[in-house]
Design a protein around this ligand. Structure first.
Ligand SMILES: Cc1cc2nc3c(=O)[nH]c(=O)nc-3n(C[C@H](O)[C@H](O)[C@H](O)COP(=O)(O)O)c2cc1C
Length: 381
């Protein structure tokens, strides 16, 4: 199986599974507890049917949207994800370049493996910095200043990770940074030597957003200790209001799910919210972004940009979310499996397939531009 054999999410997932050592594949593919929310994320799109209009003169289709002040050529963006150079040695370089090629936005995680400055210099497209809130307020300010100096367009604070999710696949394999593999986990690496050779022959693995501030070397600090010791579980709305003021530009909360919280996000001056359950990796049993979308759009959609992510695998999923009222839709595993399978060209192929699906489905729906999509085109089962 090669990249050119991949025509959809499932093909890329299968190819990624062949290329990656089991513990790394499971880190991407896995989710919290019984993975109920993870499965539900994609299933929830099946509760809604599209009702097309015909004979609307759809020769040209414009997929562009404007979200949080950023003009995007596509209504999808690459949501920030951790540790990308573990999945493919080009990591964020590959994702940023592919996003730029398709004229869309991408996020760099606090747990990113390429520095936000390096990616900013290489990729001329809107860039999000995904932030975690630290106990040390000086550190928060220093990181925001660094992001400002680098020319980051949007600050995205993740608010659904106040404590780590229970990812049992990772417990079984021993996946952690630094690696603390179980014997079974080690064997999984031994049977995928190509990954190991690549890992060892490319630039050393680092977490450059953090390594000026956190000593991850020599086992001094692990990611799980970073979460428990350095991040601040007492973070509240006043803290975030202070951050929004200090940033002074587009500011977005990722992981808001209730109407009450969406209203508070407006009150403290946020520009956007992403309805998200972190790809099912945090609170299992929580509602999906898509299921919750109509309620939030009806309550606040005219006052803040509402986005969603989770389970998006097809252009038709995106059209359903846009029809309900999302301003843009985030992709996670949709681009991570192609990254793992084939690096930059894999991500480009996946985004190309998504763009082709969106154009085709817009034409079949009788829509020339995203603003022609509405709930009139939807029926709930
Ligand atoms: C392997 C992996 C790592 C992730 N790392 C982060 C992260 O560092 N910060 C963050 O806010 N979200 C992170 N996410 C969540 C994504 O940004 C996004 O919300 C989620 O993947 C969407 O669900 P999907 O994968 O079904 O598209 C991660 C998701 C995955 C799968």
């Amino acid at each position: 199986m090669r990249e050119t054999d991949c025509f959809n999410f499932h093909d890329f997932r299968r190819l990624a599974e062949r290329r990656l050592p089991g513990p790394i594949f499971d880190y991407i593919d896995g989710a919290a507890d019984d993975e109920l929310t993870y499965r539900r994320n994609t299933e929830s799109f099946e509760n809604v049917d599209l009702v097309p209009n015909v004979l609307r003169g759809v020769e040209d289709v414009d997929l562009s949207v404007t979200v949080m002040g950023q003009k995007l050529a596509l209504p999808v963006y690459c949501s920030p994800t951790a540790l990308q150079r573990l999945f493919h040695h080009d990591g964020e370089h590959a994702v940023g370049a592919a996003a730029a090629k398709f004229g869309t936005m991408f996020g760099v995680s606090s747990l990113g493996t390429v520095s936000l400055e390096a990616i900013r210099a290489a990729c001329d497209t809107p860039q999000v910095y995904q932030f975690y809130f630290h106990k040390d307020r000086g550190l928060n300010s220093a990181m925001m200043q660094r992001a400002r100096d680098a020319g980051i367009n949007v600050m995205m604070l993740t608010v659904d990770s106040i404590t780590g999710g229970n990812r049992e696949r990772d417990l079984r394999t021993g996946f952690s940074i630094p690696f603390r593999l179980t014997l079974a986990g080690m064997l999984q690496f031994a049977i995928k030597p190509a990954w190991g050779i690549n890992y060892l022959t490319h630039e050393k693995f680092r977490l450059p957003q953090l390594d000026r501030h956190v000593d991850m070397g020599g086992g001094a600090m692990s990611i799980s200790r970073y979460f428990t010791e350095m991040l601040d579980p007492s973070m509240d709305w006043d803290d975030v209001a202070g951050m929004v003021r200090e940033w002074g530009g587009p500011f977005c909360l990722k992981g808001v799910m209730s109407v009450e919280d969406a209203r508070r996000a407006i009150d403290i001056g946020c520009t956007g919210i992403v309805l998200s359950n972190h790809g099912g990796r945090q609170l299992d049993g929580s509602r999906t972004g898509f299921d919750q979308l109509a309620e939030i759009v009806d309550a606040v959609g005219d006052r803040i940009d509402v986005m969603m992510d989770g389970g998006v695998q097809r252009g038709s999923h995106v059209l359903k979310a846009l029809s309900v009222g999302a301003k843009a839709v985030g992709l996670g595993r949709y681009y991570l499996f192609p990254l793992a399978a084939a690096g930059r060209s894999g991500v480009e192929r996946a985004l190309g397939l998504m763009r082709a699906e969106l154009v085709r489905d817009m034409k079949l729906m009788g829509c020339r531009s995203v603003d022609q999509l509405s709930r009139a085109n939807l029926r709930w089962r």
